[in-house]
Design a protein around this ligand. Sequence first.
Ligand code: URA
Ligand code: SF4
Length: 226
Amino acid sequence: APGAQEFIPPTADTIDELRAAAAGCRGCELHRDASQTVFGRGDERARVIFVGEQPGDVEDQQGLPFVGPAGRLLRKAVDDAGLDPRHIYLTNAVKHFRFERRGTRRIHQTPDRVHITACRPWLVAEFARLRPEVVVVLGATAAKALLGPTFRVTRQRGELLPWPAAAQHPEDFARVPVDRAGAVADAPDTRLLATIHPSAVLRADNQDVAYEGLVADLKVAAGALR
Ligand code: URA
Ligand code: SF4
C-alpha cells in the first residue's frame, strides 16, 4: 500500500480541505471494509489536540471521531481537568475502523504498524495546520504513531514531553512528509503528553481510579498552556 501521503493535496490549507481529500484515501487496505474515513473534528484554533487510536463502530457509522462511550468519557474528563471541551480538537492515529466480522457483529481490531505508518501523514498534516500547544496522546496506538514503538504509556504517562525530533526515531519517522510536516517535526513549541485511552478507563477493574488518573494527567496538559 502506498500510504496516505500521495492523497494529501499540498495546496490543502484548511482542515476542511484535508477532510475532503481524506474521504478518498486509499493509503492502506483499511478503507475497503470500513464505511468511511473518520477525520478529526473540533476547534481549529484549539491549543490542545487529542489523538486516539482509530474510529470505533459508532464513529465508523456516523463519520465522526469520539461520538461513542469513550468520547463521552473523554469530554467529561476534559471538563473535569479544567479544559473547555468546546475548544479542543479530536482525531485518531488511524482514520478507518479496523474490525473483524463475527456473524453480524464487528469486533474492533487494533491497527498494525503498517496502518499506523500509512495513516500518519494525515495526522502530521493536521498538526501542521492546527499548530497546537499540547498534543495529548491517548493510549498505545497513538503513542506508537508519535513517540515510536519503544515508548511505554504506563511508564511515562502524565509527563510533558518535548516534540519528538524526526531524527530520534529514524525508522519510524522516515515516511513523515518533509514539506509542511517538516516544520511540525521541528516544532519546539508543541509538547506531548501521553495518557491512558478513555476506552481503557471504561474497561478498568476500578473505573473511578482509572478516571481520576486520566483527569490528573489532563490537568498537567491544562497547566502547560501558555
Ligand atoms: N476510540 C478512539 O480511539 N477513537 C475514537 O474516535 C473513538 C473511540
Ligand atoms: Fe488512508 Fe488512513 Fe484510511 Fe489507511 S486508514 S486508507 S491510510 S485514511
